[in-house]
Ligand binder design. Structure first.
Ligand code: ASP
Ligand code: MG
Length: 406
């Protein structure tokens, strides 16, 4: 088999851990597999570099940010390759560029456009374990880019797709995907398998095991992904195509996201084109909008439009919304970042009714007020005050029968 193994920041957090990674890689090669390894930077490294940038510049250019941030993965790539060689297995390290990972030119959140895998394929054919720096690529014009936080997951899945790998293993510091955060609910269970769609919802809802875009990519290219721990040999969770077993379960998991800010543009004229203008402006700034609610005021002439964005984008979104509000003669823009989004996810919702009502009922029974709601076919999300996050997660996990003893 051809296996892509991705190791996250804690798995390569120091030289001893890198040696442990090398041991696992070599064991996999000795089982007769071809192995491509994707590594993250050592845990904390990317944050440290971002801090450094902030200490020398109030507004570092994104181009230089990417050059800076890509250095973390260079270090672990080279070290991992050395450690594998040390065990008597041929290994070679590649930067994103050397691995042929070509991206668009959106610095700090570039998208992979294609992978020219000749060099990697040749090395594999010549018996090398190939180690590739995650999180980075290069534009057609030779500019270094990064793929957004957590982007080495995407590197791994994209490389697996490009090489037509049999399996993409994501090694991390947890045993797999859980029904919810075990730090909040000790009764949370590890899932044996989960569908791409459920995983996508969970990832985008802030279950931090896999980067959202990597799941999207895996789903589009049908890459089988296993999330497992690099600290033991437990089997992990398989992320794969939906099957009939999965449909029987109404709710597969409960997720929360504290990284949301809610902006409200108050008293905008209630006429066609306003929402389009607002959200075009936000989209042009590459800011991803999540929940949207529009309320028409009692006089029927104006509306309040609320929407959520990642906290990291809230300042920029505020500037843009404020400018538009001024233009439109709206009353102003209000921001709140003391909110959290709680969600229940499951493909079984397609065939079961009353799930949303059950969720709202459970929250109300515990005095948790719902400030906005959004739904998809397989998800219900509620925006609530952040201080109720843990409570909400616990009672929903119990209500939908996800606790271990069930
Ligand atoms: N080092 C990058 C980050 O911390 C990419 C990754 O680890 O996936 O976001
Ligand atoms: Mg990660």
């Amino acid at each position: 088999m051809l296996i892509v193994q991705k190791y996250g920041g804690t798995s390569v957090g120091n030289p001893d851990r890198i040696k442990a990674v090398a041991t696992r890689v070599v064991a996999t090669v000795r089982q007769g597999h071809k192995v491509v390894v994707i590594v993250s930077a050592m845990s904390g490294e990317t944050d440290k570099l971002i801090r450094y940038a902030g200490q020398v510049s109030s507004n570092p250019t994104e181009r230089e940010m990417d050059l800076l941030l890509s250095s973390g993965e260079r270090i672990t790539t080279a070290l991992t390759s050395m450690a594998i060689s040390e065990l008597g297995q041929k290994a070679i390290a590649f930067t994103g560029r050397q691995a042929g990972i070509i991206t668009d030119a959106v610095y700090t959140k570039a998208k992979i456009e294609r992978i020219d895998a000749d060099k990697v394929n040749k090395a594999l054919d010549n018996g090398y374990a190939v180690v590739i720096a995650g999180f980075q690529g290069v534009t057609e014009d030779d500019e270094i880019t990064t793929l957004g936080r957590g982007g080495s997951d995407l590197s791994a899945v994209a490389v697996a797709a490009a090489l037509n790998a049999d399996l993409c293993e994501i090694y991390t510091d947890v045993d797999g995907v859980y029904t919810t955060d075990p730090n909040i609910v000790p009764e949370a269970r590890k899932l044996e398998k989960i569908s791409y769609e459920e995983m996508l919802e969970l990832a985008s809802l802030g279950a931090k095991v896999l980067q959202t875009r990597s799941v999207e990519f895996a789903m589009n290219y049908n890459v089988p992904v296993v999330v497992r721990s690099s600290f033991n040999n437990n089997p992990g969770t398989l992320v794969t195509k939906e099957d009939q077993d999965m449909e029987k379960v109404v709710v597969a998991g409960v997720a929360y996201d504290k990284n949301q800010a809610k902006l409200t543009v108050m008293h905008v004229p209630d006429k066609p084109g306003i929402a389009a203008r607002l959200f075009n402006t936000i989209a042009e700034a590459n800011i991803v909008v999540d929940v949207i609610v529009q309320n028409v005021s009692a006089d029927g002439l104006s509306a309040d439009i609320s929407f959520t964005v990642p906290k990291t984008d809230s300042r920029r979104a505020l500037e843009l919304a404020q400018r538009l509000a001024d233009d439109l003669g709206a009353k102003g823009v209000d921001v709140r970042d003391d909110l959290a989004k709680i969600s229940i996810v499951g493909v079984g919702m397609r065939t079961h009714s009353g799930v949303a009502a059950q969720m709202f009922g459970t929250l109300s029974k515990h005095g948790v007020n719902i400030m906005a709601i959004s739904t998809s076919e397989i998800k219900v999300s509620c925006l609530i005050e952040a201080k109720y996050t843990e409570l909400a997660v616990r009672v929903l996990h119990e209500e939908f029968g996800l606790n271990k003893h069930n």
